[in-house]
Design a binder for this molecule. Structure first.
Ligand SMILES: [Zn+2]
Length: 534
């Protein structure tokens, strides 16, 4: 039921700042050439890595150094040619090495998504327990194409070949469903072999330039690129990394990512943080971004602003469609989407900063966040969903690193329908923003009630299977039905006198079925009477 997001800060904490550069055309030309070569070589490296993956079962970032161990023969000759072509395309051995590491990183992260999907497919399949166990063992080691034996269980049994074949077929189906990583927007990482970052001494171009980046790129040329430090970058305390990441937008704008190691600064701020309360539960919604269980509603204008951005973006999209241009080639569209992303991430940051400032919790409880809303268009829903989740995940990591505030995700099922006072669940307890319990009459803002439910969800007792009604335990309960059963049992423990009302008697309200527990019908009549009397 509970899933901990992250409880401990990672060892090294790093922050990357994107700096712009007023470089002249000559210098910019050299940087563009480096980026172009990198992007030309990336598909070659990816091709090499995919081949290694299907031949040996894994990606290999050190593929170029392994070649000396290979026996002489056509295979080694083919590998040598492959490596030479990559090196020649990219311009130097150092950059080819960096590129290989970068490509392998992206491929591994793409594969890890496939691992998750593979797991879900196997878990929901009707295969027998033992086959599923073996498939999971292959999947978790990512050993679909690996050459040696794969063992499973405590007895270390070997997974037979037909199961390995089945695993490869499942993987193939999973991989076919997703687009492989694209390399057209790849950024370039250069390490200390080719770049050096230093603060400016005298040539500051009227004070705007704060750093100089010396690039000595073998096979391309040398350039000393001026960088403009942003205020957050300049105040960041800690050693700067020797690696610089160069990215280029579709418009051809260059930006330079400089990484600062802020481990010590974060340790100091964690030590200085004094929590005022133990746990704060948050209910998330687009209308009001967060409601806390203490009753505050934060980020009230979020949806309104998104709707107005949505109208603009939809207008641009319609216009582009009439003119027959592709959206991704439309610079106005990209500009507005970038602005929207900026807005969402700023808003997420602002709201969390405010929560930390006012309540200073040591622990956050959240539900799994859904950034979709029927008031937004399908396109906008997709855009907001993507950028909302990533900025939220980044902010939660930041909170752990900076203040040691851990966060935990709880199951959100029925948090909006359950009364946080008596525990009664019914779909019509909630009406828009208004929550009124049909049983005890508790009246609250619906989001605040949900936040209180989220807090209580942590301390709910586990499901007692023995208490299930006969006939309903034929299949083990999963998902929302399981949660509902837990809530029902909890309710009955707290209100044993209402047992007699339990039989389901054909309540026809929305969302209520035989699986839902059945305090509804008699209460509905009671409620109707109350309404008639009012
Ligand atoms: Zn109630």
């Amino acid at each position: 039921m509970k899933r901990s997001r992250s409880t401990k800060p990672t060892k090294a904490v790093k922050r990357c700042d994107l700096l712009s550069s007023p470089a002249n055309a000559g210098k910019a030309c050299i940087v563009h050439e480096i980026v172009d070569r990198h992007r030309r070589a990336a598909p070659l490296v990816a091709c090499e890595q995919w081949r290694l993956f299907f031949e040996t079962g894994e990606f290999d970032p050190t593929a170029d150094s392994r070649i000396v161990k290979m026996p002489a023969g056509p295979a080694r000759d083919r590998r040598t040619t492959e490596i030479t072509v990559i090196k020649r395309t990219v311009g130097s051995a150092a950059r080819a090495q960096m590129l290989r590491r970068q490509v392998v990183g992206q491929l591994r992260s793409w594969m890890s998504n496939c691992v998750n999907e593979f797991r879900d497919i196997v878990e929901t399949s009707n295969l027998d327990e033992r086959t599923r166990h073996m498939l999971h063992a292959v999947n978790v080691r990512q050993a679909w194409h690996m050459l040696g034996d794969v063992t499973f269980g405590t007895a270390k049994e070997v997974v037979p070949n037909e199961i390995r074949r089945l695993a490869r077929r499942v993987l193939k189906a999973v991989m076919a469903q997703h687009r492989k990583p694209s390399w057209t927007c790849l950024s370039v990482q250069l390490d200390q072999r080719e770049v050096r970052l230093s603060p400016t001494r005298n040539a500051t171009q009227n004070g705007s330039v704060t750093h100089w980046l010396e690039i000595v790129a073998a096979g391309v040329g040398k350039a000393c690129v001026p960088l403009i430090g942003t205020p957050p970058f300049l105040v960041r305390k800690g050693p700067r990394a020797n690696t610089v990441q160069i990215s280029r937008s579709r418009e051809g704008r260059l930006s330079f990512g400089v990484v600062t190691d802020v481990t010590d600064a974060c340790a100091a701020s964690r030590a200085a943080y004094r929590p005022k309360m133990e746990t704060l539960a948050l209910d998330f919604g687009l209308t009001r971004m967060f409601a806390t269980d203490l009753g505050d509603l934060i980020g009230r204008k979020f949806l309104k602003r998104l709707i107005s951005i949505d109208a603009t973006i939809q207008g641009i999209a319609r216009h582009a469609q009439r003119a027959g241009t592709k959206l991704r080639d439309c610079s106005r569209y990209r500009k507005h989407v970038a602005r929207m992303r900026g807005f969402v991430s700023t808003e997420v940051n602002r709201v969390f900063n405010r929560i930390v400032e006012t309540h200073a919790p040591s622990h956050l409880l959240l539900e799994r966040l859904d950034f979709s809303n029927p008031a937004l268009s399908r396109r906008m829903n997709r855009l907001v969903q993507n950028c909302g989740r990533s900025s939220l995940a980044a902010k939660l990591v930041d909170l752990v690193e900076k203040f040691g505030i851990a966060s935990e995700e709880v199951d959100p099922a029925y948090t909006s329908q359950r009364c946080s006072s008596c525990g009664h669940v019914h779909p019509s307890n909630r009406n828009g923003d208004h929550f009124q319990c049909r049983r005890c009459g508790l009246t609250l803002h619906a989001d605040v009630n949900a936040a209180r439910n989220i807090r209580q969800r942590r301390s709910l007792p586990a499901l007692d299977e023995a208490l299930l009604r006969p006939g309903s335990n034929v299949r083990p309960l999963r998902g929302r039905r399981r949660t509902l059963e837990v809530l029902r049992q909890d309710f009955e423990r707290r209100h044993p006198e209402e047992h007699r009302l339990r039989r389901w008697s054909g309540c026809r309200s929305r969302g209520c079925g035989p699986a839902a527990y059945s305090l509804h019908e008699p209460l509905r009549f009671a409620w109707d009477e109350v309404r008639r009397a009012a």
